[in-house]
Design a protein around this ligand. Structure first.
Ligand SMILES: [Zn+2]
Length: 220
């Protein structure tokens, strides 16, 4: 089985440390097509202005890979923050895999984003825990950043897997030193659950860890 990970640059924004951060999504190609992990930035204009977003359309980012939105067969949202699910509506043909707990959290906490993820005809595949989405492509629950956060595990061969960590860690620094560091604002809504989730990811023994807001890839 051959799965391949291709990183998209979807936007830049002013991160919680005041520096410019990238916003990455990931295409995972598989023998039957392609999946997209996180869809980039969308939301009310005020929100984009507050975060000083320099946005790209996900269609433009896919064009860099000679792909179109129609090539994406399914979407996985690590969580439903505006910079991870903002362009879900570009993929009305694709089922959207998200934790049920995360959809409930977002409906409760972010009603202003509702139209961006729960657009008319949105097709959710609501998950209650770890799940295999396709052979070699799975999600594991990693709550703590948000209550229903999940990370994506890509097993492309018998070797150790790749992890698309989502916002379970913003940067390699938070991933590598979760206990000793002062946490950046927004990193953990529940610090205890957040640390447990990083332990979980480590116990999966990933060969590589890919971040949404940092371009470095950790190699084990
Ligand atoms: Zn987030």
């Amino acid at each position: 089985m051959s799965l391949e990970i291709k990183r998209l640059h979807l936007a830049s924004l002013r991160g919680v440390d005041g520096r410019e951060w990238p916003v990455h999504g990931f295409v995972v190609t598989h023998p039957g097509g392609a999946a997209l992990v996180d869809t980039g930035v969308g939301g009310p204009a005020q929100l984009l202005s507050d975060w000083r977003v320099v946005n790209r359309t996900v269609a433009d980012a896919l064009a860099d890979l000679d792909m179109t939105p129609g090539d994406i067969g399914l979407v996985i949202n690590t969580h439903l923050h505006f910079d991870h699910c903002g362009q879900n509506a570009v993929f009305p043909h694709a089922a959207c895999y998200v934790q049920r707990a995360e959809l409930q959290r977002a409906e409760r906490e972010s009603p202003e984003l509702y139209a961006w993820f729960d657009f008319m005809n949105a097709r959710f595949e609501l998950l209650d825990g770890d799940a295999e989405v396709l052979p070699g492509l799975a999600v594991i629950t990693t709550p703590g950043h948000t209550a229903g956060h999940q990370s994506v595990v890509v097993q492309s061969s018998d070797a150790a897997p790749d992890v698309l960590i989502g916002d379970a860690a913003y940067t390699p620094r938070q991933y590598l030193r979760p206990a000793s560091d002062h946490l950046p604002p927004g990193q953990a809504s529940d610090p205890a659950a957040w640390r447990d989730s990083l332990r979980r990811i480590r116990s999966a023994g990933p060969a590589r860890v890919h971040f949404c807001h940092h371009t470095d890839v950790i190699h084990a």
